[in-house]
Design a protein around this ligand. Structure first.
Ligand code: WTA
Length: 647
């Protein structure tokens, strides 16, 4: 029996959605999905109200996903213009810089509207038109939000690339979507360390295939020296400051693209997940309001980076569409000390705090004192996202950070889903540590076995979704077939999440992690195939196989098996060189935690690498290798086991 944390009466008393209402609305949302979402769509401002609500078929011969297909709206109008009357002087973006001594910036809705309009005009003057792609490679500063919304204003499709990606990864993403313009900064700043953003862009744009980029706009942030290459590179302030503070918003169809965000899959290069305008914004704003039980005076802080989907939906689009105050934090949890998160909460009187299990586990390791010396009395709700949260970390979050007062919403979702799909509603659903609990409105999860048979009652299997929801991705940019093959072919008639999941006797969902070749490292998705192809690009490497293994802080770590070309010597220096090579090729987030020399890799007779076995060796569980009878050469496994480095 798992323990239950019932909804507290004092929280339920003023919550937006209570128990009965959740039950009623959920039933309505699945029984009359069109009616439910038609009503929900009224929360947005439309230039033209949709009359067609849902047009979806997962049938592979007649496949389509369209929501609100004849509606017209503009996302930036919903996030800004419509807030001006009531909330013009309300703080939209509360900016806490890397250093606690640097000045805080409070950007009101009126100021944000002006900044977005100026940049929108500047982009148009630079020849960026509706449908063009713009890459954003910025630190966590207000200009990142301005850049996203300015694209939305003029109908350009943004592709935000996380600041931790290396030049090759930037180039891949620029090439894939054919970006016309890049918005970056001189440098980023994290924990007082400088990140050479502009220099990384320069290096990326030297790579072949990136010549679609005509302009690079550079925000002066740290003031560090950069090379400016005329006429390509322009200072952001030079082209933006003189622009008018009004900018005509583009009328967008609900199904016009809003953004592309690259994410790792089990095969090949990262795919460009494409989200559209109406359904995405509706879903992000509705889930944000309901799951965080949003109130007008909340100070809401999501610690994600805008380079990930959590930053898109729950720092920028959801909160601003709801007129909330969203805190943007440039820094890291352990600088200048491991109390930083809690100090920021006190400094800004944060009421809702949304972070990742990896951060919670890392801070938990520092003990209670750095938390307890702060007050945190402003907090009323805590959230978790990105990976399964182990019950021990959940309890620490609840007891120590929240002083046993604040519900924890463990929110399960994906880049592909656009918004949260399974999560408690804090006034309606009793909590169980480690469970994302129950589906949001309109979401119909199911568990299937390997053959696709739907499992009933308490069961464990692969998590699929039986119906569409408005925030669902619409395609893989430039490769619609890959979209269909990746998500809809495995279990026909359903969307396959790639996650394993258990459902308990109360119908609660417990995500167990990825069942494909995606590793979740500190909440960041890394495809094993990406790391493998980076490794084999090294001149001394013949073959590589990469798997995940359990890691105390990161959730999962990266374990690489490397076979060298004939004549190459496995040395400690080469090992370090290969680890550094992967960092350089992909970015620091893909740094292997372990690299083991493999004279050979375990393969079937048809030459397929048996990853299941490699995972068990990486986990240091050689007694659980399972069936090895299909191995072409069993001695390979023996030697890998005996060489396994003891942690
Ligand atoms: C995992 C992040 C358990 C899951 C929003 C999913 C989670 C992948 C949770 C998506 C959670 C995310 N509990 N697992 N609350 N949230 N995941 O695309 O494996 O970066 O498939 O989206 O993270 O990661 P992504």
């Amino acid at each position: 029996m798992s323990d239950l944390y019932p909804v507290k009466p004092e929280f339920a008393a003023s919550a937006r959605i209570g128990k009965d209402e959740y039950q009623r609305l959920y039933r309505e949302s699945v029984e009359d999905s069109e009616g439910f979402w038609a009503k929900a769509a009224e929360r947005l401002d439309w230039f033209r109200k949709p009359t067609v609500i849902k047009d979806v078929s997962y049938d592979l011969d007649d496949f389509r996903i369209r929501w609100f297909a004849d509606g017209e709206l503009n996302v930036s109008v919903n996030c800004l213009d419509r807030q001006l009357a009531e909330r013009g002087e309300k703080v939209a973006i509360l900016f806490e810089p890397d250093s606690p001594d640097a000045p805080v910036q409070k950007v009101t809705y009126r100021e944000l509207h002006e900044r977005v309009c100026r940049l929108g005009n500047a982009l148009r003057n630079l020849g960026v038109a509706k449908g063009d792609r713009v890459t954003i490679y910025l630190p966590m500063i207000p200009d990142a939000v301005v850049a996203m919304l300015a694209c939305a204003r003029i109908g350009a499709v943004h592709s935000v690339v996380f600041g931790g990606f290396a030049p090759n990864s930037i180039a891949d993403r620029v090439i894939d979507c054919g970006s016309k313009l890049i918005i970056t900064a001189d440098e980023g700043l994290r924990g007082s360390r400088k990140i050479p953003l502009k220099a990384n862009v320069d290096a990326a744009l030297k790579l072949p295939g990136t010549n679609t980029v005509e302009t690079v706009l550079v925000v002066r942030h740290t003031g560090g020296a950069v090379d400016m290459q005329a006429p390509r590179d322009r200072w952001f302030h030079d082209v933006v400051d003189g622009q008018p503070a009004q900018c005509e918003p583009e009328r967008m169809n609900a199904e016009d693209p809003l953004f592309i965000l690259y994410t790792s899959g089990s095969t090949g290069k990262p795919k460009g997940v494409l989200h559209t305008t109406g359904g995405y914004l509706l879903y992000a704003s509705y889930t944000h309001e309901a799951i965080f039980d949003l109130r007008e005076d909340d100070i809401y802080w999501c610690t994600a980076d805008v380079g990930w989907v959590t930053g898109h939906s729950y720092i920028v689009y959801g909160p601003l569409a709801n007129g909330a105050t969203s805190l943007v934090f440039e820094g890291v949890p352990n600088y200048p000390s491991v109390s930083r998160f809690w100090e920021v909460i006190d400094k800004h009187q944060v009421t809702i705090f949304y972070t990742a299990p990896t951060a919670i586990r890392a801070l938990m390791r520092e003990g209670e004192e750095p938390v307890k010396k702060t007050s945190r009395s402003s907090l009323r709700l805590l959230g978790s996202v990105g990976e399964p949260i182990n019950p021990e970390a959940w309890r620490w979050y609840y007891d120590v950070v929240g002083d046993g007062r604040c519900p924890v919403v463990d929110t399960w979702w994906q880049t592909e889903t656009g918004g949260i799909l399974i999560s408690p509603l804090p006034g309606a659903i009793d909590l169980k540590p480690g469970s994302a609990t129950l589906p949001f409105f309109g979401v119909r999860p199911a568990l299937v076995d390997a053959d696709g048979k739907v499992l009933e009652g308490a069961a464990e299997g692969n998590l699929v979704l039986l119906d569409s929801w408005p925030g669902q991705m619409r395609t893989v940019y430039g490769d619609h077939q890959r979209f269909i093959d990746t998500y809809f072919r495995t279990y026909p008639g359903t969307y396959f999440t790639g996650d394993g999941c258990r459902r308990d006797e109360d119908g609660y969902y417990w995500i167990t992690g990825r069942v494909d070749d995606v590793i979740n490292v500190s909440g960041h998705r890394i495809g094993t195939a990406e790391v493998e192809s980076a490794l084999v690009a090294h001149p001394k490497v013949a073959e590589a196989a990469v798997v995940g293994f359990p890691h105390d802080i990161k959730g999962q770590g990266i374990y690489a098996y490397v076979t060298l070309k004939a004549g190459e010597q496995p040395t400690d220096e080469l090992q370090k060189e290969l680890v550094a090579w992967v960092r350089k090729e992909i970015g620091p987030i893909a740094t292997p935690d372990h690299l083991q020399w493999a004279p050979g890799l375990p393969k079937t007779r048809s030459g397929k690498i048996m990853r299941r076995i490699l995972r068990k060796i990486a986990e240091n569980a050689p007694d659980q290798l399972g069936d090895t009878s299909t191995l072409a050469d069993p001695s390979v496994v023996e030697s890998l086991v005996s060489e396994r480095k003891v942690k």
